[in-house]
Design a protein around this ligand. Structure first.
Ligand code: ARG
Length: 630
């Protein structure tokens, strides 16, 4: 670990002053961009300025759009509990992987399944087997949706027949948004969902007069059957207005140069992008956002979610911040709707009767039953943090995922424990044929005076990335499998804790603060015997420092503005870890290379571990490192 010695004692103060000086030119450039924005807003007659006043290019990340992310992209969103994440896509699990407990459900074609999860995972194989109702199948017939009074088969007033209800009923306009309209159209076989959620159709007069009773519906937007949404009956003295829809068909779509093209091919108005509402139906309008407009919340991963998903007890942002720092969790769903409509009705009495089960709550229950992985959380939370950044010796238990790799008589590299018998390190640290010469030292602090917690493991095998390139340092990643102690089924490393393996490149961003640790050399090439650590920030745009040598997808730069904290010779293979909002630690990078040590114009370069999630899980097994979507 490279740290400029003279700064150590007063490091934080000195750094603070330094960064103040350095931000000065940055502030003036901010003013310039603000001025340009002002000019743009006031002089341009272009309609491509969104509701929030942000030009589209400040709202949408164009480069991100090239990835064609949808609600099935687990780099951006969590998969459904009946799905798992494979190579960045949510694919369906097999029904036997569902939790066994739950109530039986019935499908629209009259088949029975033991739980909602079982039905949903069967639906993946047979899409026509849609959800109909919670409970057993009745002779009365099933849930049914139809459109009426439209000019084509793809539009009209929405009518549903709920299970156990004799009459068909209409849906209240008040409860109807693009979210529900998309689900209704998908239910009817229009894969792209709805084109518009509201339109006026000519309906018979008596229908208008008699419509003081209608169904109120609430969907999440990911349902494939309208029956998965929650229905309540509303009775008021006044006319409520009935929900109608135009479902998406190729002929009806009228793209203009102002429209946004969804991944599913549908066009939506540009101004509805990044507003938290899944207008596309495949969520592609909400996944590449630099900012959100309207009533929406921006996840660090660039996803806009509706504000009401904040602090609702379910994590929606893959980075978790929608549920952190919440005073209490609210459960909006039906209750919010009631409150809202009661206010609207001013003085009029409104009767409400819940008619169907809340499958959104059932979905969350299934989620909570799935196995959870424990990683990235230290056991002993003896917080005796030093305020000085970097250059400080670590204490026992501070970096329980840090290991040392001993080659013969010398400690040559660091490594990271990721669970089971597996350690991650740099490819340039090891050679598969030399595995007998290696030892993995876990829970080590000082190798001159080994502490009692130290455990020494021998090595079973070494796997080097098949595309590792020793000249460019591309794919500088390797796995070490430790030997199990004789007679044991597992590697028992009671003093070690695995760091979590990041499954998405969007978990951390440039400027996030992270920590490096190791037994590497100091600036003056002085030997280091005890584990040292330092705080660095992730650096974006690193090609400016290493033209033609930096590979964005596979590498990550990190360092400090003044270069005072850096990894150095001997730190290789060791961890660059970052903590999420819940204080869970991820192994974001592996110390790989860097020009010199501790020079601001040459930051440290790390192997970007998130890029190798599939490679790692192929070798160590998916369940060992998958936290979600197993
Ligand atoms: N390759 C070095 C090693 O084997 C690590 C270099 C890291 N250098 C840096 N400036 N961050 O230990």
């Amino acid at each position: 670990m490279e740290v400029q010695r003279e700064q150590k004692t007063q490091g934080s103060i000195w750094n603070g002053q330094k960064s103040f000086v350095e931000t000065a030119p940055h502030t003036s450039s901010m003013k310039l961009t603000q001025f340009l924005l002002f000019l743009y807003l006031h002089l341009s007659s272009c309609k491509c300025i969104s509701v929030s006043g942000l030009p589209q290019e400040d709202l949408v990340d164009q480069k991100c759009l090239l990835n064609k992310y949808t609600h099935r992209s687990c780099n951006k969103v969590f998969c459904q509990p009946w799905q798992k994440c494979v190579e960045g896509s949510c694919v369906c699990k097999l029904p036997y992987q569902c939790p066994k407990t739950g109530t039986p459900v019935c499908t629209t074609n009259g088949r029975k399944y033991p739980t909602y999860c079982h039905q949903k995972s069967f639906e993946c194989l047979q899409p026509e087997t849609k959800f109909s109702n919670n409970g057993t199948c009745t002779a009365e017939g099933n849930f049914n949706v139809s459109l009426h009074y439209g000019n084509t088969y793809a539009e009209g007033i929405v009518r549903v027949r709920l299970v156990d209800q004799d009459e068909k009923m209409f849906i209240c306009k008040k409860s109807w948004s693009m979210t529900e309209a998309n689900v209704a159209c998908v239910h009817l076989g229009f894969q792209q969902g709805a084109l518009v959620a509201r339109k006026r159709f000519n309906v018979p007069g008596d229908l208008l007069i008699n419509s003081t009773e209608c169904l109120h519906v609430r969907c999440r937007g990911i349902e494939t059957s309208l029956a998965e949404c929650t229905f309540t009956r509303r009775r008021t003295s006044g006319y409520q207005g009935l929900a109608d829809v135009v479902c998406y068909t190729r002929d009806a779509d009228s793209p203009s140069n102002q429209s946004f093209q969804c991944v599913n091919g549908k066009h939506i108005p540009q101004e509805r992008v990044c507003n938290g509402v899944n207008e596309c139906g495949d969520q592609s309008d909400e996944l590449c956002c630099k900012a959100c407009q309207g009533n929406a919340f921006l996840c660090k991963s660039g996803v806009c979610i509706p504000n009401e998903y904040k602090c609702n007890g379910e994590v929606d942002c893959i980075t978790g911040e929608d549920e952190s720092g919440c005073k209490e969790t609210r459960h909006p769903q039906i209750h919010d709707n009631l409150a809202r409509s009661d206010q609207d009705q001013e003085g009029e009495t409104e009767e409400t009767e819940i008619l169907t089960a809340d499958m959104d709550i059932e979905r969350q229950r299934i989620k909570s039953l799935l196995p959870k992985l424990s990683c990235g959380v230290k056991r002993n939370t003896h917080i005796r943090r030093k305020r000085v950044i970097g250059g400080k010796p670590a204490e026992v238990g501070d970096y329980p995922w840090q290991v040392a790799i001993k080659d013969g008589e010398r400690i040559t590299c660091g490594g990271i424990y990721i669970g089971g018998c597996w350690v991650l390190t740099a490819a340039h640290c090891v050679r598969p044929s030399r595995y007998r010469h290696y030892q993995v030292w876990t829970a080590l602090l000082d190798w001159l005076n080994p502490n009692s917690q130290l455990r020494v493991q021998t090595v079973n095998r070494v796997i080097v990335h098949e595309k590792y390139d020793g000249t460019t340092y591309q794919n500088d990643i390797a796995l070490i499998e430790m030997k199990k102690s004789s007679g044991k089924k597992e590697c028992e490393l009671s003093n070690s804790v695995p760091a979590c393996v990041p499954w998405s490149p969007y978990l951390f961003q440039p400027n996030d603060k992270c920590i490096i640790s190791g037994w590497g050399r100091e600036k003056d090439n002085q030997k280091v015997y005890s584990l040292r650590w330092g705080e660095v920030k992730l650096i974006g745009n690193c090609s400016q420092f290493y033209p033609n040598r930096y590979y964005e997808k596979e590498m990550q730069c990190a360092g400090t503005d003044d270069g005072s904290i850096d990894a150095c010779k001997g730190d290789s293979g060791g961890p660059l870890v970052c903590k999420d909002v819940n204080n869970v630690t991820y192994i974001w990078g592996i110390v790989s290379w860097g020009e010199n040590c501790g020079k601001p114009e040459f930051p440290g370069v790390y192997t970007r571990v998130a890029n190798y999630f599939e490679w790692i899980s192929y070798h160590v097994g998916r369940p060992l490192i998958s936290q979600h979507n197993v």
